[in-house]
Design a binder for this molecule. Structure first.
Ligand SMILES: *Cc1c(COP(=O)(O)O)cnc(C)c1O
Length: 404
C-alpha cells in the first residue's frame, strides 16, 4: 500500500498489508508460506524477472525456506570445497527421480540399473518412462564387466542405482561404475537415500547427480514427503533440469522443507546411533537358530561388505534384513505381528524402529525373476533400526522369534 494515502474502510484494513515488525533476525529459519513476493517498483520487478537482480518472484520458481534447506543438503553432499554442489528440493523422492531423468533422456535412450532397485523406481522406469520410449536394462552391478557390456551394446545414457539397496543391502562400487560410465559419456545418478551424506558422499567418487527421498533419514521423524536433486556447478544440463522442475511444478512446499530443516539438525546423532544399534543387532542374531541369513553390509559375511568398507565412511546404516528359517508365511506374519517395539510401517529412516515384509508390500509388483536376484522372498523381513535402547530392541526381536 502506498504510505501517503490513509484508507479507513473496515474491509480495506482487513484485507491489505501487514505491518512488518521484524527488526532483528529470528534464530530459526522462518517458514515463508507465500505464493508470491512483492515489488515496490516495476523497475525492480523487471530486473528480477530478467535475472539481472536476485530476488524472489513466485514460490514455484523459488522460495526462501525451501532454498535454505536445499542449500544445506547440498553443503552436506559437498566434500571438495572447490567443487560447488547445487540442490533443488522436490515434492517427493519420486518426483526428484522423474524430473532429473526426464531432463537427461529422450525417446530412444535407455537407463541401466541393477536388479536391486527401489520398487517405485522400477515401476517409474518400466511404466512411465517406457511409455516415453525410454527403456530400462537391468544387470548384475557386482560384475563390472556386465555393466560395460550393457553400456556398449545398448543406447544407455544414464546409469541409475542405490547403494546399499533395498531391502537386502547390496553395495555397488561407485568409483568403478563411474569410471566405466564416463568412458562412454554416460551420466551416473545415485539414490543416496539409504546412506545419507553422513555415511556416503557419492560426488567424491565422481557421480554426476544425487537424488534423495528426504522423506526418510534426512527428515528422520516420518512427518513429511519430499525429495532433492543435487548436481555439480558448471553442469551443462542444470538449466534444463531447473526449467523442467519449475514448469512441471514438482516443488517442495515451505512447510515440508522446514520439517527437513528440523530433522537435519540431528542427522549425525540419529544415523550414528542407528548404525551402532544395527551393527549390534546384526551381530547378535548372526547365528540365531531361527534365522537363515542376516543381511547387513557391516557384516563380513555380507556378499558386498568389501565394497561397503570402501565407500561408507562412518558406518553401514540403520537398515537390515533377516531371512527367517521357516516355510510358512503365517509364521513370518506371527513374528512381525508379535514385535512390540518395532512398528509395521512401509517407510524407513525414522527415529523409531520399523518393520516391513517386502515380498507382500514394497516388492509386490516386482517380477519373480528380479525378486530372486534381490534375494527377496516370503521369509525376508526388513528392519529400519531406530534410536531406541539397543538391549530393548534385542529383547523384542528375541521374544518375537519364539513364534517362528
Ligand atoms: C522412499 C524411497 C524413494 C521414493 O521417495 P518418496 O519420497 O516416497 O517419493 C526412492 N528411493 C528410495 C531408496 C526410497 O527409500
Amino acid at each position: 500500500m502506498k504510505k501517503n494515502i490513509i484508507y479507513k474502510g473496515f474491509g480495506t484494513k482487513c484485507i491489505h498489508d501487514y505491518e512488518n515488525t521484524l527488526v532483528n533476525p529470528p534464530h530459526i529459519l522462518p517458514i515463508y508460506p507465500s505464493s508470491s513476493f512483492t515489488f515496490e517498483h516495476l523497475e525492480d520487478c523487471i530486473s528480477v524477472f530478467q535475472s539481472e537482480k536476485s530476488g524472489h518472484v513466485y514460490s514455484r520458481y523459488g522460495n526462501p525456506t525451501v532454498e535454505a534447506v536445499a542449500n544445506k543438503i547440498a553443503s552436506l553432499e559437498q566434500t571438495d570445497p572447490t567443487k560447488e554442489i547445487w540442490g533443488f528440493m522436490t515434492s517427493s523422492g519420486m518426483s526428484a527421480i522423474f524430473v532429473l531423468l526426464q531432463s537427461l533422456l529422450k525417446p530412444g535412450d535407455a537407463i541401466l540399473s541393477p536388479y536391486q532397485l527401489y520398487g517405485g523406481s522400477t515401476e517409474l522406469f518400466t511404466k512411465t518412462f517406457h511409455r516415453q520410449q525410454i527403456d530400462l536394462y537391468l544387470t548384475d552391478f557386482t560384475d563390472l564387466n556386465q555393466i560395460e557390456e550393457q553400456v556398449r551394446s545398448n543406447n544407455i545414457k544414464v546409469i541409475y542405482f542405490e547403494t546399499p539397496t533395498n531391502p537386502t543391502l547390496f553395495c555397488f562400487d561407485i568409483a568403478e561404475i563411474v569410471k566405466i560410465a564416463h568412458q562412454y559419456d554416460v551420466k551416473v545418478v545415485v539414490d543416496n537415500t539409504f546412506s545419507t551424506p553422513y555415511l556416503q558422499t557419492p560426488f567424491q567418487f565422481g557421480v554426476d547427480y544425487i537424488i534423495h527421498s528426504s522423506t526418510k533419514y534426512l527428515n528422520g521423524h516420518g512427518n513429511s514427503i519430499s525429495g532433492i536433486i543435487l548436481g555439480r556447478e558448471g553442469d551443462a544440463d542444470k538449466a534444463i533440469i531447473v526449467q523442467n522442475l519449475k514448469l512441471i511444478g514438482a516443488i517442495c512446499s515451505p512447510f515440508e522443507a522446514w520439517l527437513i530443516y528440523n530433522g537435519l539438525k540431528t542427522l549425525e546423532l540419529r544415523v550414528q546411533r542407528q548404525c551402532d544399534n544395527a551393527m549390534t543387532i546384526a551381530n547378535h542374531f548372526l547365528n540365531h537358530p531361527k534365522i537363515n541369513t542376516v543381511f547387513y553390509p557391516g557384516l563380513p559375511s555380507h556378499s558386498t561388505h568389501h565394497i561397503a568398507i570402501k565407500q561408507m565412511s562412518r558406518g553401514f546404516g540403520g537398515m537390515l534384513s533377516f531371512s527367517l528359517k521357516t516355510d510358512s508365511l503365517s509364521k513370518v506374519a506371527h513374528f512381525i505381528d508379535s514385535l512390540v517395539l518395532a512398528t509395521q510401517a512401509p517407510t524407513l529412516g525414522d527415529v523409531d524402529t520399523l518393520v516391513l515384509h517386502p515380498d507382500t508390500s514394497s516388492h509386490l509388483r516386482v517380477t519373480p525373476e528380479q525378486k530372486q536376484k534381490e534375494k527377496v522372498d516370503q521369509n525376508l523381513v526388513r528392519f529400519s533400526i531406530g534410536i531406541e535402547t539397543c538391549e530393548d530392541l534385542i529383547v523384542d526381536i528375541e521374544q518375537a522369534l519364539l513364534n517362528v
